[in-house]
Write a protein that binds this ligand. Structure first.
Ligand SMILES: [Zn+2]
Length: 404
């Protein structure tokens, strides 16, 4: 058992002062130091700086480790240009990011306080790295392929990757399924993968309504995606409309990434089926996809969480940075309530949608904790200052073990 007495506990938005936390793998008690010492006389006492704060570890449900080699290779500004630059540079991008490069991305996330991440894996090249990462990992094996004739081969390949990830025996590692997007996956493939996910109770995720080009293609079989599909896949029509795509997910709550371009009707369907949105504001900005309308999500009862996306569409894997950018993106929202909402949506609410017992400093939760030196006594605007300054993360605990 360990006992820590920070100046402040932030969990995830409520500020407590003068309290101690007793934890082993889980948080066992929160109370006055003398009470906890009585209850756990053998406990190890953790030294903290004068103005220390303990908060829950951050949860990043959406990253692509395999594309971590990008710095300036890809073209930003418009989704289609970015996509063409991916295709043009795919070999180099993937080839230049070996296991060391992907492990560096995991370490970067850890340094930035991310104690759980969801890795969307296209080729399983990141399996070993994710299996050996210090964090909790949801390993999303991706299904992709829009051609019916290839469906069986692609499904078999997906299943063998899924099975390889299911054979990983490591506490905190779980296999999951990602459907790439409505435009890139044949409905027969989606159906099979989702039936499997439902039967085996696996977490699911999908990119949905990310770019204006995607919206136009799904709705009208036209726009910037048309020449792309014609040239590369000899396709004249989208394999799913956005409505048909959502219908495939009925009864399987899923994390839908981006959702910048969805209309009210689609958002209502998302809310009705208990899906959640992963908001990646930096990726959305860099790929020219616009800013998600948080009021529209609220109005339609859609829950959302924060994600970084991969280094193919971001300059960092840092949720504090991502939240800071969100703070400046959604300028019509009141500052302090938005900062609090962002923090909740990078901790407890992400844990909820992933079905994990973490994300807050509360008795019974797994002890995934960040100890941060605030360098000064915090004010009631701590959530804002935390996002602005980032501060110095001094210790990180996952399941009660120090990992730095
Ligand atoms: Zn993505």
């Amino acid at each position: 058992m360990k006992i820590i007495t920070p100046e402040t506990i932030l969990s995830p938005t409520e500020q407590l002062s003068g309290m101690s936390i007793a934890f082993d793998t889980h948080i066992r008690a929160i109370g006055q130091l003398h009470e906890l010492l009585e209850q756990f006389p053998e406990a190890e006492f953790i030294e903290t700086p004068l103005h220390s704060m303990v908060m829950p570890g951050l949860i990043n449900p959406h990253v692509h480790l395999e594309f971590s080699g990008n710095k300036s290779t890809l073209k930003y500004g418009s989704f289609m240009e970015w996509l063409y630059s991916i295709i043009e540079n795919r070999e180099e991008l993937i080839g230049n990011c070996n296991e060391q490069c992907m492990a560096k991305a995991c370490d970067e996330m850890l340094k930035n306080g991310i104690t759980t991440f969801g890795a969307v894996s296209s080729y399983a090249m990141d399996l070993e790295v994710a299996a050996n990462a210090k964090q909790k990992v949801i390993f999303f094996n991706e299904v992709i392929g829009s051609q019916a004739t290839m469906a069986d081969t692609l499904y078999d390949d997906f299943m063998s990757r899924l099975e390889a990830s299911q054979s990983v025996q490591r506490e905190g590692f779980q296999a999951a399924i990602a459907i790439h997007s409505p435009y890139s996956v044949h409905p027969a493939l989606i159906k099979r993968a989702l039936t499997h996910a439902t039967k085996h109770n696996l977490v699911t995720s999908a990119h949905y309504m990310e770019s204006p080009a995607e919206k136009e293609w799904l709705e009208t079989n036209n726009g910037a995606f048309q020449p792309f599909f014609k040239e590369f896949l000899k396709q004249e029509y989208s394999v799913n409309t956005s409505k048909e795509f959502l219908e495939l997910f009925i009864g399987k709550p899923t994390l839908m990434t981006h959702v910048v371009q969805a209309n009210d009707e689609e958002l209502q369907e998302i809310a009705k089926e208990g899906h959640s949105v992963i908001h990646c504001p930096i990726s959305n900005r860099l790929l020219g996809n616009g800013a998600i309308d948080l009021d529209k999500l609220d109005k339609n009862g859609v829950s959302w969480v924060m994600g970084t996306d991969g280094l193919s569409s971001n300059y960092a894997l840092d949720l504090l940075e991502e939240m800071k950018i969100a703070l400046f993106t959604h300028t019509d929202r009141d500052l302090l309530p938005l900062a609090k909402e962002l923090l909740s949506n990078a901790t407890i609410n992400s844990a909820k949608v992933l079905g994990m017992n973490t994300g807050e400093i509360a008795v019974g939760r797994e002890a995934d904790l960040l100890v941060i030196d605030l360098e000064d006594t915090p004010s009631e605007q701590l959530p804002v200052h935390l996002l602005l300054h980032g501060y110095n993360i001094q210790h990180i605990y996952i399941n009660g073990n120090e990992v730095t």
